[in-house]
Design a protein around this ligand. Sequence first.
Ligand code: CDP
Length: 213
Amino acid sequence: MNPPAIAIDGPAASGKSTVARLIARELGYTFINTGAMYRAIAWYLAQQGVPATDTNAVISLLPGIPLQFGKENSISTVLCGGRKLTTELTLPAVNDSVSVVAAIPEVRAFLLQKQREYNKSEPVVMEGRDIGSVVFPDTPFKYFVTASPEVRAARRAAQGLTDSIDERDKNDRSRRCAPLTQAPDALLVDTSAMTIDQVVQLIINDIRLKLAR
Ligand code: CDP
């Protein structure tokens, strides 16, 4: 049996990254941001001048992309050609193309292996769109973190980012392969009127209850 895997899914700017990171820290688990993995591929394609809509070109490039997935201080990292990617991952070109790249089944299959690998040897808090539905369908720890569209737009603007999150959400919900969805057994957490600390405590309490069983 694998160590515990905490699955945190939800739409863009729902606060799931912040919450997932704090939960991982409190539990001493590794934090994995799967969005960064999709973003790294989108960034690489943009660097190469390959449009995300050119599915065949994306698929043929995929095995040769010099990506490395690691971790630093219990937080996942993505490197490309030995360079650690950070601010590159939120460039406008990446925001605009990532949900197109993420809809390609071959891209998802490629990353699925890497995502599951993280949990073979250690407990993880993993955030994304399909973690409870596809990556760890058997985990009892599934949380779907959301907020009203107004609150999410305000949160993204407060980060100083102009990112068309509606467009991305639409793409993420409507794709055929592993769409953004609340797994039937996931706990829905609407964070619109909650503080970050309240969300973290609610989820941690649920995890601890389940771990004690
Ligand atoms: O920045 P934000 O939290 O909105 O998104 P993210 O977690 O960085 O994910 C960026 C994009 O990657 C999403 O809009 C999805 O298109 C894709 N993604 C996905 O398809 N599946 C995941 N498990 C994680 C991200």
